[in-house]
Design a protein around this ligand. Structure first.
Ligand code: IMP
Ligand code: MG
Length: 497
């Protein structure tokens, strides 16, 4: 069917065809904008879809520099490198009306004085150009142009389409900006919180001594810091003996651990010192029966920490861990609380827990053991594969059992961008479960790109790469009993997968 065909049927077919290619383009562009792809990939893909939908030879997307003097090409399709590097586009010389908010169509760019580089256009075999402003918050921030080889009178439909694309590009740009702002704000809060956490609650000299009475005290303090156990150094002196209302003997324990409500006096293996300290502790317990105090040497305190789920690591790989986010005890406490809620919420239902291998193994194991209901479990495996422009999720092991009519609780170790969960939820929803909800141990909300509903959340965490308790980095660290953040310098640019 020729475009110029006069028959009614012919015109309908042309319109139909055009609508089809427009809606294809919208679909592709919207998907790219709503993806986790970097902005330049999103915009390059938008340029390509736009050019194809309008049957144009090329497309470029440009932004005004902050001084609004020239236009920088930030994405393009179908244009040669030579053309793209033809020289700076002066805002005042290259189709200046576009920057006033007008759409401009040029029939023959090699002859039009509004074009800044007619020779370059001729070399590129460009005839016509259609340019639309990119509006944002009532201001033009750049423009999108399409280029055709054959001279063309652009239709109203062409113009409307390009104006809509310009709006979508503006949204993509704003989304990236908002994300950057959120990220910076979040990073600021995290640093601020860290700084606050380091601020002693009592006069600093007594709490964070620049030097300790004994090197073992410094070592102990470092260990406590590593495990994020709060500590105070020599916070209180206990009078032990009096004569005529005057204190004749005092005892000042080395540390107080508020989380464990425990005073600690460190000792070495020197027997004379141990005997003297033991006498004082006995006296202290007599006078202050409500006070918990322990006399510990190094192997004692290592054993004590192990009892609370800290330490006991033997040869487990810990190098590369920058700091601990959640200790074993904290995780256990939280998982029990989640299991309790789930046990309450699913009474009388047909509960099946579904996990994605392998990160979820520890969490799934603890969660199911603390859930006091009849239930079944099943697992899926997925893999990620990516090409330049797209990254996608693929199921490599599907469920072994049917979930039709069951109450599915998807158990996840961590939700980051939300891409994985979104994909898996769609997959599960198509198998007619009676209900479908999500329980995740960790929620890295600042990185979310797809909004997925989370019904049970263990902990919200900042934008840090975390390992341990099932979570890995290149297969390692899964067997750590706690969750720690990896030193960011160790993480390669290719990211998490
Ligand atoms: P999403 O698709 O971006 O939400 O990523 C989810 C998956 O990425 C998780 O199930 C993990 O396997 C992995 N992942 C994301 N962030 C981390 C992390 O900080 N440590 C370990 N694995 C992670
Ligand atoms: Mg996972």
């Amino acid at each position: 069917m020729r475009v110029g065909d006069n028959s009614i049927l012919g015109r309908e077919a042309v319109v139909d065809n055009r609508e089809h290619s427009y809606s294809q383009a919208f679909k592709q562009i919207a998907k790219a904008v709503n993806s986790l792809l970097p902005l330049n990939n999103v915009l390059n893909s938008a340029a390509k879809s736009t050019a194809k939908a309008l049957k144009a030879a090329g497309c470029s997307i440009m932004l005004l520099n902050p001084q609004r003097e020239h236009l920088d090409i930030i994405a393009a399709y179908g244009l040669s490198d030579i053309y793209l590097r033809k020289g700076a586009l002066k805002a005042s010389k290259s189709l200046p009306e576009v920057l006033d908010g007008k759409m401009i169509a040029i029939f023959d760019v090699t002859q039009d004085k509004r074009a800044q580089y007619p020779e370059a256009a001729e070399m590129e075999r460009i005839s016509s150009v259609l340019a639309a402003p990119i509006p944002q918050k009532g201001e033009v921030i750049g423009e999108i142009r399409i280029y055709t080889r054959e001279p063309r009178q652009f239709s109203q439909a062409d113009k409307n389409f390009l104006a809509t694309i310009a709006d979508i590009v503006a949204i993509a740009l704003e989304k990236t900006e908002l994300y950057q702002v959120l990220k910076t704000e979040h990073e600021e809060t995290v640093t601020q919180r860290r700084r606050l956490a380091e601020t002693p609650k009592l006069p600093s000299s007594s709490l964070r001594p620049s030097s300790f009475g004994h090197s073992s005290e410094g070592e102990f303090a470092k260990l406590l810091d590593f495990y994020r156990i709060e500590w105070l150094y020599e916070p209180r002196s206990f009078p032990l003996a009096w004569q005529d209302n005057k204190v004749t003997e005092m005892f000042t324990p080395d540390f107080y651990l508020p989380e464990l409500d425990l005073y600690i006096e460190l000792t070495t293996l020197k027997q004379s010192l141990i005997t003297e300290k033991n006498r004082k502790l006995r006296r202290l317990r007599e006078v202050y029966p409500e006070i918990n105090i322990k006399l510990l040497n190094k192997s004692d305190y290592l054993r004590l920490l192990a009892k609370y789920g800290y330490g006991h690591l033997g040869g487990t790989k810990v190098e590369g861990i920058d700091h601990i986010l959640f200790s074993h005890t904290q995780i256990q406490r939280r998982v029990k609380a989640l299991a309790k809620r789930i046990s309450r919420d699913y009474v009388g239902r047909k509960l099946i827990l579904i996990g994605i291998l392998r990160g979820v193994i520890c969490f799934m194991s603890d969660l199911m053991q603390h859930t006091t209901l009849p239930l079944t479990v099943d697992f899926m495996s997925i893999s990620y594969y990516g090409t330049d422009n797209e990254s996608a999720v693929k199921i490599t092991k599907d469920l072994d059992t049917s979930i039709a009519g069951l109450d599915v609780l998807m158990v996840e170790d961590i939700v980051d961008t939300g891409m994985t969960l979104n994909y898996v939820l769609n997959h599960l929803a198509s198998h007619n479960p009676a209900s479908l909800r999500v329980c995740t141990l960790l929620d890295k909300r600042v990185r979310r790109l797809i909004d997925v509903p989370l019904d049970y959340i263990g902990f919200e965490i900042p934008d840090e790469f975390v390992v341990g308790y099932g979570l890995d980095y290149h297969g390692e660290y899964r067997n750590l009993p706690f969750i720690g953040a990896l030193n960011p310098e160790l993480i390669e640019d290719e990211g998490k997968k």
